[in-house]
Design a protein around this ligand. Structure first.
Ligand code: ATP
Length: 600
C-alpha cells in the first residue's frame, strides 16, 4: 500500500495541467454519491425496528411518523438508490472521456520526447519498447492504476458511513463487524495485493519480451526460415507467453477472490452478530441485529470488495505507472528542444563549404573515441568519398555530417556557422541513401516521397525514379500507385536500392550522402545510376562511402579512415600513394597496376 501511495504521489506532478484537481474532484464526487447510499440505508435502519414492533417511526429533523408512512419511506429509499446510479453513470461518462484526453496528451509528450531525443538514445529503443512506452503504459496507468484508486475514497466512505449507521443502531454489532471485517480485509490486502504486484510485473516484462522476439523474427525471417529455426523461436515465444499468460490469469483470479471471500464473510458475520445479540438480548434482539447487519452488510461488503479490487488492480498496473514516472521524469530532465537548442537560422542560399574541424566522437557509455581529430573541408558542389576498413568509423562520420549525432568535441560548420544553427533545414537538404533502404507497405510514389499520405508531387516522383534508373517501375499495372508490400518485398534488392536513391533525389538535396548505396546493383545498372548522378555534379555535393572503389575513382577527394583517424586524403592517386593499405585494395580492384607502389 505504501508503494502504491508513493507511486501515486510521484505520478501526479508529472501529469497534464488540471489532471490532479480533476482526479481529486472525481474522487470527491464519487464519495459524495456514497452519501446518498448512506442516507438510504440510514432510513432503512430507522424503519426496521418499528416495522417488526409496529411502533411509530422516529426520523431525525422530521420527528415521529405513523407506521403507515413506511411505504413512502421505502419509495424514497428506492428513489435515492436510482438517483445515485444515474449520477454515478453520468460522472463516469465525463471522467472516462477526460481520462482518454490525459492518456492522449501523455502519449504525445512521450512520443515527442522520443522523436526529440538524441540519435544515440533513439536508436537504442526497439519497436516493442517504443509502443509500450508511448501507447500501452499510459492506457494501463490510467485505466488500471489511477481510475481504480480514485474509486477507493468513495467506497471507503460508504463503508465508514454505513458502519456509522450500524454504530448508532447497534453498537455491539458495529464493533463485531468492524473487527471481523477489518481482519479479513487486512489479510486480503497483504496477500492479494502483493501477489498482484508480482503478476503485474511478470505480465509487463514477458509480454514485452514476446513482442521483441516477434519483431526480431520478422526482421530475420529469411535466415530464420532457411536455418529451420522457426520451431526454436516458437518454443522461446511459448515459454515467455506461458509466464505472461499465467501472470494475466493470476491477475484475473486475484481480482475475483475478494468478492467470494467477502460474500462468505457475510455468512460468518450473521452468525457472529446474531449469536452475540442472542446471548445478550434473546431471540428478538437476534432477529433485529441480523436484519440490520443484512441491510448494512449488503452495502458494506461490496464497498470493501470494491476497495480491495481497486488495490488489486492498482498493484497489478503499478509497474506501468512506474514506467510513466521514469519516462516523464526523463522528459522533464531533457527538455524536448534539447536537440535544437537555439532558434534556427535559414541555411545560406548558396553555401560554399562544409568544414569539419578537429572533430572527435565517442558513443555514450563508451570509453574510447570512435573518431579522433577529424578535419576535412568539403566545398559545395564537389565530391568526397570516405574509404577505409570495416569498423574504421565511416558510418559514424556520416551520422555526424548528417546532423544526427553531435561531435563530442570539435565543430562541423557551413560557411563558418555550426550546423546546429540550421539543423532542421540542413537535414531536409541532405539526401541520404543507406545500405539497406527501409521501405514500407505503401505505393511506389509514397515510398519515394517518404509520406504516409497523398501529399506528393507525381511529376517529381517520376523525375526522381528516372534519375535513379528506375523508370521500369512506372510500367507496372498500378504505375506510381502500385504497392510494394511490407518492407518492399514486391521489388528486387537492386530496385529497393534505386528506390532509396530516388527518395533521396526527390527532396531536392544540396548534399547526397550515399552509404554503399549501389552495392546491390549489377555493374551495368550501377554505371547507369552513377552516370545519371554525375549529371547532378556541381549542383549537388556527393559524400559517399564505398567499398567498390571503381565508383569513386573520379571523386574530387578521398579520405582514408582507419581506427577513427584520417590516414590519407586527396585525389584517388594521392591516397594510393600515401596509404599502403589503400594501394593494395586499389590494386586488387584492378584500378592500378598489379603491384602496389614500390617500397610501400
Ligand atoms: N551505437 C554504437 N554504440 C557503440 N559503439 C558503436 C555504435 N555504433 C558503432 N559503434 C562502433 O564504432 C566503430 C565504428 O563503427 P562504424 O559503423 O562507424 O564503422 P564503419 O567504418 O562504418 O564500418 P563498416 O564499413 O563495417 O560499416 C566500430 O568499432 C563500432 O563497433
Amino acid at each position: 500500500m505504501k508503494s502504491i501511495w508513493r507511486t501515486l504521489t510521484q505520478l501526479f506532478p508529472l501529469l497534464p495541467k488540471g489532471a490532479t484537481p480533476f482526479y481529486i474532484g472525481y474522487s470527491i464526487l464519487t464519495s459524495m454519491l456514497a452519501i446518498l447510499d448512506t442516507v438510504a440505508l440510514a432510513l432503512i435502519a430507522m424503519i426496521v425496528t418499528p416495522m417488526v414492533s409496529g411502533q411509530p417511526i422516529t426520523l431525525p429533523f422530521v420527528g415521529e411518523l405513523p407506521a403507515s408512512a413506511t411505504v413512502w419511506i421505502v419509495v424514497i429509499v428506492c428513489g435515492l438508490f436510482v438517483l445515485k446510479g444515474v449520477l454515478a453513470v453520468m460522472l463516469h461518462w465525463v471522467a472516462t472521456r477526460r481520462f482518454a484526453r490525459y492518456e492522449l496528451e501523455v502519449g504525445d509528450r512521450l512520443f515527442r520526447s522520443y522523436t526529440h531525443s538524441s540519435w544515440e538514445e533513439r536508436s537504442q529503443l526497439s519497436t516493442a519498447e517504443i509502443t509500450r512506452i508511448v501507447d500501452s503504459s499510459m492506457a494501463n496507468t490510467n485505466l488500471g492504476f489511477i481510475l481504480p484508486l480514485s474509486q477507493i475514497p468513495g467506497n471507503a466512505l460508504t463503508f465508514v458511513s454505513v458502519l456509522a449507521v450500524l454504530v448508532v443502531a447497534q453498537p455491539l454489532s458495529a464493533l463485531i463487524a468492524l473487527v471481523y471485517l477489518g481482519l479479513i480485509s487486512g489479510v486480503m490486502l497483504l496477500v492479494v495485493t502483493r501477489k498482484s504486484q508480482l503478476a503485474g510485473r511478470h505480465n509487463r516484462e514477458y509480454a514485452y519480451r514476446v513482442a521483441t522476439i516477434m519483431t526480431e523474427m520478422v526482421e530475420a525471417l529469411k535466415e530464420v526460415t532457411l536455418r529451420g529455426k522457426l520451431d526454436e523461436i516458437g518454443k522461446v515465444v511459448t515459454e515467455n507467453r506461458k509466464i505472461a499468460t499465467r501472470a494475466r490469469a493470476n491477475i484475473s483470479f486475484l481480482s475475483i477472490v475478494p468478492k467470494y471471500a467477502f460474500e462468505a464473510a457475510l455468512i460468518g458475520g450473521f452468525l457472529l452478530i446474531g449469536g452475540a445479540a442472542y446471548l445478550t438480548g434473546g431471540q428478538a434482539a437476534a432477529v433485529v441485529a441480523v436484519s440490520l447487519f443484512a441491510a448494512t452488510g449488503f452495502r458494506m461488503i461490496p464497498a470493501m470488495n470494491a476497495v480491495q479490487t481497486s488495490f488489486t488492480q492498482a498493484s497489478a498496473n503499478e509497474v506501468f505507472a512506474k514506467d510513466i514516472i521514469r519516462e516523464l521524469g526523463r522528459v522533464e530532465r531533457t527538455p524536448e528542444h534539447a536537440e535544437v537548442a537555439a532558434p534556427e537560422r535559414p541555411l545560406p542560399e548558396r553555401p560554399k563549404s562544409l568544414a569539419l574541424a578537429d572533430v572527435s566522437f565517442r558513443y555514450p557509455g563508451s570509453e574510447q573515441n570512435v573518431l579522433s581529430n577529424i578535419s576535412i573541408d568539403v566545398p559545395f558542389g564537389s565530391s568526397l568519398a570516405v574509404v577505409g576498413p570495416s569498423g574504421a568509423g565511416k558510418s559514424t562520420l556520416i551520422d555526424l555530417i548528417l546532423g544526427l549525432s553531435t561531435p563530442s568535441s570539435g565543430t562541423i560548420s557551413i560557411d563558418g556557422e555550426p550546423i546546429q544553427s540550421f539543423l532542421t533545414e540542413w537535414r531536409h537538404r541532405v539526401g541520404y541513401v543507406p545500405q539497406r533502404v527501409a521501405l514500407f507497405d505503401a505505393s511506389i510514389a509514397q515510398n519515394v516521397a517518404l509520406t504516409w499520405g497523398d501529399d506528393y508531387d507525381e511529376e517529381r516522383v517520376a523525375w526522381a525514379l528516372e534519375r535513379a534508373q528506375l523508370s521500369e517501375l512506372l510500367d507496372r499495372p498500378g504505375g506510381l500507385q502500385e504497392k510494394i508490400g511490407e518492407r518492399g518485398v514486391a521489388i528486387s534488392g537492386g530496385q529497393q536500392q534505386r528506390l532509396g536513391i530516388a527518395r533521396a533525389l526527390y527532396s531536392d538535396p544540396l548534399v547526397l550522402v550515399l552509404d554503399e548505396a549501389t552495392s546491390a546493383l549489377d555493374t551495368r545498372t550501377e554505371n547507369r545510376v552513377t552516370e545519371a548522378m554525375k549529371s547532378l555534379q556541381g549542383e549537388v555535393t556527393f559524400i559517399t562511402i564505398a567499398h567498390r572503389l571503381a565508383t569513386i575513382r573520379d571523386y574530387d577527394r578521398l579520405c582514408y579512415l582507419d581506427a577513427g583517424r584520417i590516414l590519407g586524403s586527396g585525389r584517388f592517386e594521392e591516397v594510393v600513394a600515401d596509404v599502403p593499405d589503400f594501394a593494395i585494395q586499389a590494386s586488387l580492384a584492378g584500378l592500378i597496376g598489379d603491384e602496389p607502389p614500390a617500397g610501400r
